[in-house]
Design a protein around this ligand. Structure first.
Ligand code: 0A1
Ligand code: ZN
Length: 849
């Protein structure tokens, strides 16, 4: 286990490593309990670095022997590695170490997943494989030999030789150790080829466990689409003879962009119509694209240090979002991303875990793979693109690739290419990387003699370590409509740089209705006291699809808040306005489905908290339920017809058109079950021939109190499919009545298939518990206790996944004293675990302060 004594690392302390690594040769002799790794590494003094001791990282390694230039040495073992005296000239370091992959339950370094060897080295896992300067600015070429009695032996780069029980790989592209990968096992291959635009033939392989061959075709197509798209849109070509993807069942995250050998959580790559939902297909396509795009934004240009993580992640998320928009439609993708940002990043940015997109310190870097670094990091790039325009963005990116190919770069380097390509000064814009917290934007309007003036004021609340914020550069996309609904001023970017700033629109014949922050042009909270009439007007007339949706969403939110605080009835005016949208056949069904998506209960809790009302999770749940009931009853007449309209006769395809129809159908079914007792859901369940329909029907049946026999039938049908069983576990918790959520989750932890050391299975139950707002926040604290019990148990095996799930408690200060005390007690109980990991210690400490 790692040392729990917190040691903070600071961005300001960066110093280059004292040596250059010229090349790395590794030999792996694989065995579950005693793998031997022989490393031969050429070091040369780095003339650009200050004098320093020769220190190599290493954790949980048994050093068998070490030598420098062939002479045996006895390094001094220090915390986190070793120190040894070295010559002042180039030298060869050799070491042999032993590790036990089978005992590695943290899934970091070299570990085993159901008989297969695999690695996860980002961020600092390579030091659990051998002694090495495990930092991203140390880049080297790797040659790897693997010896094992297994049919498939893979590493990075191109294959250079293989025989019975061995294989050798060479990666010609210098890379940091975090991009190292090795896989060995009995795997099956779904193969294809790709010709790059300059004519390089690339062999593509998707490696899976026997039995999963039928779930590969979609992932392979997604890979080829990604390769074509990156050539066409960013001019980026693939640079090796082979691209391997491997599906692994035990994996902490979604996937990993190791050079030429991407390793995927099997849930993020395996798909078939019978076992995967439309949402799964879309996510898989996006993750394959994301990992592939990292080949340029992450691998060819990597990060100087881990503080620069957003350099690769923000940009790659931005690129994968562009790809998905091109593949499936920009408006629906944007709304989905904003829903996700508000659900995951806003709570982080507004609570005790708030940190800048580029943090300035950390204890455990694995705790900073956050929605802020990834998703807000992508928003920052989107704003930059809006500010400079599409052409300048393209020029800046060309310059970035030209100037920094082969570098370990920084955010300063990134911003400099934009400054050089556009002549703009980005000093103030850089605050987006340095200041945490979600800015709040208020608006005042003025109308006089044909001139309409919007005055914006920005304010960013304090966040940990940052009591006072300076103004951001905020691109505010504004359009103006006249009272007939015609657009009189098309989308215009108001570039706000001051704390308070006015923008004038002249020559208007009547007072316009403003549509502000179109397309969600900046990650801010818009605090505008627009009247209900004005929002209803925008819902009906806005030409900006995002703001039409936003108008509806804010009406829904305010109606729900009024239900909670004033015991108002559900807002019938909004329901009627929405009906026109939902029944408008000219609108994309996917968009209509999003229009029907209600604000999450956690979002409502946050909104109440911001208005000075202590949120009551039961009351919020009751309000959402009453609104759903009112919608279903008011729309009783047309819901069955709409459901029938969304039925598809063609064979299943996960494309956006079909998926949109099923999404709207699923939403309609969820309303219908409130008035038909689940009859339509039962019919859909019985007829379903794909997982999307089967699962939306099962959800509706559970919610209608008709879980049986469907839940048992589902189990019998799918008990041998791990990925589908994850859904079975998750759904029962997610769809449970709040009074039973904790009991359902507890009962499922006793199920023989609850393999809690598998991160997907653990998250299926515990993640669903934490995500069930009213169920988790049960007043007696039973939800907190159950989650804490399991986090305490998991931490001993897998600190990374445990630490990530601690964020379930990050909003604790929103709630009443009783709940606060119970959450605090749960956190303190976690903190008191003897041998607590550094990962969890850092998370719990930050949440409590
Ligand atoms: N770089 C990967 C995600 C990833 C990050 C950390 C990991 O272990 C701590 C594993 C994977 C990506 O962005 O896809
Ligand atoms: Zn990434």
């Amino acid at each position: 286990m790692k040392d729990a004594a917190p040691q903070t690392v600071y961005l300001k302390d960066y110093t280059p490593f004292g040596w250059i690594v010229e090349e790395v040769h590794l030999t792996f002799v694989l065995a579950p309990r005693a793998t031997r790794i022989l490393s031969r590494i050429r070091f040369a003094p780095n003339p650009q670095a200050p004098a320093q001791d020769f220190l190599l990282h290493g954790e949980e390694l048994r050093l068998i022997r070490a030598a420098i230039d062939g002479e045996k040495v006895e390094p001094e073992m220090v915390e986190g590695g070793l120190r040894v005296a070295v010559p002042g000239t180039p030298f060869l370091w050799e070491a042999e170490v032993e590790i036990a992959p089978e005992a590695n339950t943290a899934l970091e370094g070299l570990y085993m997943s159901r008989g297969m060897y695999c690695t996860q080295c980002e961020a600092e896992g390579f030091r659990k494989i051998t002694y090495y300067p495990d930092r991203p600015d140390v880049m080297a070429t790797f040659t790897v030999r693997i010896e094992a009695d297994l049919p498939v032996l893979l590493s990075n780069g191109n294959p250079i030789g293989a025989g019975d029980g061995w294989a050798e790989w060479h990666d010609p592209w210098p890379k940091p150790a975090y991009l190292f990968a090795l896989v060995a096992g009995d795997l099956r291959n779904h193969a294809d080829t790709f010709a790059t635009k300059s004519g390089r033939a690339v062999e593509l392989n998707l490696w899976v466990r026997p039995g999963d061959e039928g779930k590969c075709a979609f992932g392979m197509e997604a890979l080829k689409k990604s390769m074509t798209w990156d050539e066409e849109v960013y001019g980026r070509e693939y640079d090796l003879d082979v691209f391997n993807i491997v599906a692994v069942d035990d994996f902490n995250m979604g996937a990993m962009e190791n050079k030429g050998l991407n390793i995927f959580n099997s849930a993020a790559v395996l798909a078939s119509p019978e076992t995967s939902t439309d949402a799964n297909f879309e996510r898989i396509e996006a993750i394959i694209a994301h990992e592939y795009f990292h080949n340029w934004t992450g691998n060819r240009i990597t990060c100087r240090d881990w503080f620069q993580l957003c350099l690769k992640e923000g940009l790659t998320v931005f690129r994968d979002a562009q790809f998905t928009s091109d593949m499936r439609g920009a408006e629906v993708k944007r709304i989905g991303d904003v829903i996700d940002l508000r659900a995951r990043q806003f709570p982080e940015d507004q609570g005790p875990l708030a940190h800048p997109v580029r943090p300035e310190s950390f204890v455990e870097i694995n705790n900073f793979y956050t929605a802020t670094v990834y998703e807000k990091g992508a928003e920052v790039i989107g704003m930059l693109k809006t500010l400079v325009g599409d052409d300048a963005y393209a020029r800046a990116l060309d310059l970035y690739f030209d100037r920094h190919d082969g570098d370990a770069a920084t955010i300063e380097d990134w911003l400099k290419v934009f400054e050089d390509a556009t002549g703009r000064d980005l000093t103030q814009f850089k605050r987006w990387y340095a200041q945490a917290g979600t800015p709040r934007l208020s608006v005042a309007e003025d109308w006089q003699d044909g001139t309409y003036t919007l005055t914006f004021t920005q304010h960013t609340p304090p966040s940990p370590g940052q009591p006072v914020k300076a103004p951001f550069v905020i691109p505010i996309a504004v359009g103006l409509l006249n009272p007939n609904g015609d657009e009189v001023v098309p989308t215009t970017i108001c570039e706000m740089t001051e704390a308070t700033q006015s923008f004038r629109f002249d020559g208007l014949s009547s007072k316009p209705i403003p549509s502000i922050l179109r397309g969600f042009s900046a990650p801010v909270v818009l605090e505008r006291e627009a009247s209900r009439e004005e929002r209803a007007f925008l819902l009906a007339h806005d030409t900006d699809a995002f703001n039409r949706w936003e108008a509806s969403r804010s009406l829904a939110r305010d109606g729900l808040l009024a239900q909670v605080t004033d015991a108002s009835a559900p807002d019938a005016v909004w329901i009627d306005a929405l009906e026109r949208v939902v029944r408008d056949d000219t609108l994309d069904p996917a968009y209509r489905a999003l229009m029907l998506d209600l604000p999450t209960q956690s979002e409502l809790a946050q909104a109440l908290f911001e208005r000075g009302v202590t949120p009551d999770p039961d009351a919020i749940h009751a309000a959402a339920k009453a609104l759903g009931q009112a919608m279903a009853e008011r729309w009783r007449g047309f819901l069955p017809g709409l459901l029938a309209q969304m039925r598809i006769d063609a064979p299943y395809s996960p494309d956006a058109d079909q998926a949109g129809k099923r999404a709207l159908g699923g939403t309609v079914l969820a309303l219908l079950r409130r008035i038909d007792g689940g009859d339509a859901a039962q019919a859909q369940y019985d007829a379903a021939d794909n997982m999307t329909l089967q699962l939306s029907a099962l959800t509706a049946l559970i919610r209608a109190g008709r879980a049986e026999p469907a839940v048992s039938r589902f189990y019998e049908q799918w008990k041998d499919d791990r990925l589908v069983m994850d859904k079975w576990f998750a759904l029962q918790v997610a769809a449970s009545d709040p009074s039973e959520t904790v009991e359902v989750a507890r009962r499922l932890t006793q199920h023989p298939l609850f393999d809690w050391t598998n991160p997907n299975r653990f998250r299926a139950v515990m993640g669903s518990l934490a995500g069930h707002h009213a169920g988790f926040h049960r007043a007696d604290g039973a939800g907190y206790d159950l989650l804490a019990d399991w986090l305490i148990r998991l931490d001993e095996k897998n600190p990374q996944t445990t630490a990530r799930m601690c964020s379930a408690f990050q909003t604790w200060r929103r709630y009443d004293e009783g709940r606060q005390a119970k959450m605090r007690a749960a956190l303190e109980r976690i903190k008191a675990r003897p041998g607590l990991s550094r990962d969890v210690n850092e998370m719990v400490t930050r949440i409590l302060t």
